[in-house]
Design a protein around this ligand. Structure first.
Ligand SMILES: *[C@@H]1O[C@H](CO)[C@@H](O)[C@H](O)[C@H]1NC(C)=O
Ligand SMILES: *[C@@H]1O[C@H](CO)[C@@H](O)[C@H](O)[C@H]1NC(C)=O
Ligand SMILES: *[C@@H]1O[C@H](CO)[C@@H](O)[C@H](O)[C@H]1NC(C)=O
Ligand SMILES: *[C@@H]1O[C@H](CO)[C@@H](O)[C@H](O)[C@H]1NC(C)=O
Ligand SMILES: *[C@@H]1O[C@H](CO)[C@@H](O)[C@H](O)[C@H]1NC(C)=O
Ligand SMILES: *[C@@H]1O[C@H](CO)[C@@H](O)[C@H](O)[C@H]1NC(C)=O
Ligand SMILES: *[C@@H]1O[C@H](CO)[C@@H](O)[C@H](O)[C@H]1NC(C)=O
Ligand SMILES: *[C@@H]1O[C@H](CO)[C@@H](O)[C@H](O)[C@H]1NC(C)=O
Ligand SMILES: *[C@@H]1O[C@H](CO)[C@@H](O)[C@H](O)[C@H]1NC(C)=O
Ligand SMILES: [Zn+2]
Ligand SMILES: [Zn+2]
Length: 663
């Protein structure tokens, strides 16, 4: 799938890489040997301010990552999220040490979706060949699988043979199986569950439950409907009736805590299935705490399921490190051997899950921004850069730098003159990415033999995954902004009466399907990860004061970022941000080219992404069938190809190259 490499690396000849940059962005060549890079990726920004409150440490504490999608290099253009995987490796080492000193447990958990989103994971064949090695540097206690591990057979097998084998019984896939080619039988990719005792005596039973991600529930995307047919995803409703699950719950071994990991929304209202598992456990264990860690919807969220059960979701793309702590274990309700009631010298969790709770358990939750300033703040006593870094962290950072260089990810193709976001500005605003992408479609998607025929080019907003930030536009950004490879089809010379109204009709159809929970809704929210509001820092200060009146310290000039509200209220974000506006966007956008001032008069070619062929034909009516549809350029020219081509030839993106800086 990397064939555009030849197309675009060829085009790069003569483009100077990051000349004279103040905050020079990424390595150009062999930079790791000549620069004394000690932490974070070269040129990655740090946060300008950070947290003000220490973490609340309980008896059992959790650090949670989810939906990392290959972003192990950190966000090279955003100060809020500039730390890399090596920094987090060092951080978790510190926290494990702190936990040991305090006599408490700390568990590291991940809930899946390890690639599709960043060049570090997606520029290799197969995906994640190098990034997986980096990911494995973090010493997780438990992990589970995401839907992005299951679209393609080769990726599913890579997961089965790689990560599942490496982590052994820590990799939990309670409802996901794969056809083992050597036995020709379906087998669980990881383990169905794990029963273990923590360092301080708690007897834990853990499961890993993927949401109901099945081919039948999804329309065409990524060329496959849902999970690859070499895998089976058992729906939660069915899973709880299976013998192995009932037996696990009916075990005579006492259980002090259930842990549910899942690539799965923490709320049923958002398609999550934890509620089903929770209810099944409650039938057998009415009071035992159930701690839940979710993912997939790419948001920060914390839900109270009952007085002894809470659920955390920790965002996406290495922007958030989630923290949950709890206390309330004693000799009378568990085999706890650690400190009671709480570790000393640090804040402790104080909140009951519900107002009228009679359960002994209290909780805290916090969403940490993924940057050096935050990690150093919480690595108590290690605020100095030198004291903070562990050798294992530095090695990991160096490894990422090396891979980025190997993969040419820092190769610069143009200079993005300003920020363009997906939903922080109105759809037709010059700050929105879609007018720019419409222009790109119009200017570069051309079939030479039909270049004089006017054309509409329709693509889907769901295929765009990330904002474009001011600064060098690199090879990495191809994967970050538009990672999907959907081919472009066309129907020649459609009368203007139909061609000019097609976009509008598609969007209306999408909207009505949403109301009916039709295919469009399913595609965007379930089968592919959802679009959420842009959570990136933008350059302008703005908005800060209006939303800064939080109960905490007054911060002047807040940086835009997460402003989370969850079942515990609005104090979960570890660093205070100003709110980023969130405008709704339609399902489709289009470029238009070759029309005169009077617009569409006779006929126009209608070009569109392949997976909406059926919808397009339905709207055009009975005169049209699939026999009227062919590739506009070729079967291998896709939605991943037009933006890089545009950046390369656009004056707007070339003009700033000699002095291209971030922020
Ligand atoms: C697409 O395939 C054709 C041959 O089928 C090849 O000549 C061309 O280089 C490919 N295009 C890209 C972008 O790789
Ligand atoms: C999956 O689908 C392919 C193509 O339709 C088919 O050849 C293959 O036998 C199927 N595999 C399984 C395990 O069903
Ligand atoms: C649970 O275990 C008991 C005895 O250990 C047995 O009688 C009962 O049938 C089991 N229930 C289930 C649902 O397996
Ligand atoms: C607590 O309050 C909720 C709703 O207000 C109620 O449904 C629940 O039964 C109460 N629980 C207890 C233990 O009183
Ligand atoms: C990041 O910011 C923190 C707090 O401002 C500072 O102590 C630290 O030295 C910075 N680290 C790097 C690597 O820039
Ligand atoms: C943004 O708005 C959309 C609807 O327009 C909504 O579904 C989504 O939850 C909002 N996101 C945030 C983070 O507020
Ligand atoms: C669609 O294709 C069929 C068969 O190739 C052709 O007869 C028909 O005229 C085409 N329809 C339109 C509207 O061009
Ligand atoms: C362009 O369109 C012509 C005619 O429809 C087709 O034969 C050709 O394959 C298309 N692609 C290119 C790159 O010319
Ligand atoms: C590069 O841009 C920065 C900020 O716009 C400016 O301060 C600096 O003077 C410029 N440097 C050069 C060499 O043009
Ligand atoms: Zn995801
Ligand atoms: Zn997902």
């Amino acid at each position: 799938m990397r064939h555009f490499g030849s197309l675009l690396l060829g085009l790069a000849v003569g483009v100077p890489s990051c000349l004279a940059c103040g905050g020079c962005y990424g390595p150009t060549s062999h930079v790791e040997h000549v620069r004394h890079v000690k932490r974070i990726q070269p040129g990655a920004p740090n946060a300008t301010y950070g947290p003000t409150r220490a973490l609340e440490w309980g008896q059992v504490n959790f650090l949670h990552t989810t939906d990392t999608h290959g972003w192990l290099e950190g966000h090279l253009k955003e100060g809020n999220y500039g730390a890399d995987w090596g920094d987090v490796v060092s951080f978790t080492n510190h926290l494990k040490q702190q936990a040991g000193n305090m006599g408490v447990d700390l568990l590291l958990v991940d809930t899946g979706d390890l690639h599709d989103g960043n060049g570090l994971s997606d520029a290799t064949t197969p995906d994640a060949e190098l990034s997986m090695k980096v990911f494995e540097r973090l010493n997780y206690d438990l992990l589970t699988i995401g839907n992005h591990e299951l679209y393609l057979a080769e990726v599913a097998y890579q997961t089965f043979d790689g990560i599942a084998k490496l982590w052994g019984d820590k990799y939990l896939t309670s409802n996901v199986q794969i056809l083992n080619p050597s036995t020709n039988k379906f087998e669980y990719i990881g383990k169905q569950y794990k029963f273990f005792t923590t360092q301080h005596g708690l007897r834990v039973m853990a499961f890993g439950i993927l949401f109901d991600f099945t081919a039948a529930g999804c329309i065409r995307r990524l060329k496959v409907a849902g999970n690859t047919n070499v895998t089976i995803v058992t729906k939660a409703k069915e899973m709880v009736t299976q013998g192995w699950f009932k037996q696990a719950l009916n075990s005579t071994e006492p259980v002090d805590m259930f842990l549910l990991l899942g690539h799965n929304a923490v709320r049923s209202s958002m398609g999550g299935t934890f509620g089903i598992i929770h209810d099944a456990i409650r039938q057998a264990h009415p009071r035992t705490p159930i701690q839940v860690f979710g993912g997939h919807t790419h948001i920060r969220d914390f839900a109270v399921l009952d007085e002894s059960s809470t659920a955390l979701e920790s965002g996406r793309y290495c922007e958030t490190l989630g923290w949950v702590s709890m206390s309330g274990f004693s000799k009378s309700n568990s085999a706890w051997t650690g400190i009671s009631p709480n570790p000393r010298g640090v804040p402790n969790p104080t909140r009951k899950a519900t107002a009228n709770s009679t359960s002994p358990f209290v909780y805290s939750r916090r969403y940490l921004d993924w940057n050096r300033a935050t990690l150093e703040f919480h690595a108590v006593g290690k605020q100095d850069d030198k004291e903070f870094d562990y050798n294992s962290g530095l090695t990991t950072t160096a490894e990422i730098t090396k891979h980025r260089s190997q993969l040419n990810l820092a190769e610069v193709y143009g200079c993005t003159p300003k920020d363009y976001c997906m939903t922080c500005a109105p759809f037709d605003s010059p700050d929105n990415i879609f007018p720019l992408l419409s222009q790109a479609l119009a200017e570069v998607v051309i079939n030479e033999t039909r270049k004089d025929i006017p054309r509409y080019l329709i693509s889907n907003t769901g295929g765009i995954r990330f904002d474009m930030h001011k600064g060098p536009f690199t090879y990495d950004d191809f994967f970050i902004v538009s990672p999907f490879r959907d081919a472009l089809l066309y129907i020649p010379e459609v009368p203007c009466s139909k061609a000019a109204t097609l976009l509008d009709k598609l969007n209306k159809a999408g909207a009505s399907q949403k109301r009916n929970i039709g295919s469009m809704r399913v595609e965007r929210d379930i089968c592919v990860d959802p679009i959420v509001a842009p959570l990136m820092a933008r350059d302008e200060p703005g908005h800060g004061h209006a939303f800064g009146a939080v109960t905490r310290r007054q911060v002047v000039d807040l940086v835009p970022g997460y402003t989370t509200s969850d079942d515990f209220g609005s104090d979960g974000d570890d660093t205070t941000h100003s709110r980023i506006p969130n405008y709704s966007i339609p399902d489709y956008f289009q470029g238009a080219a070759g029309f005169g001032a009077e617009g569409c008069t006779g006929t126009a070619d209608v070009v569109f992404v392949d997976f909406i062929e059926k919808d397009v034909l339905a709207i055009l009516g009975s005169d049209y069938s699939s026999s009227n549809v062919t590739y506009y350029i070729s079967s291998n020219y896709t939605t991943q190809d037009f933006l890089p081509q545009f950046v390369k030839q656009s004056d707007m993106f070339q003009a700033g190259l000699p002095n291209c800086t971030i922020a």
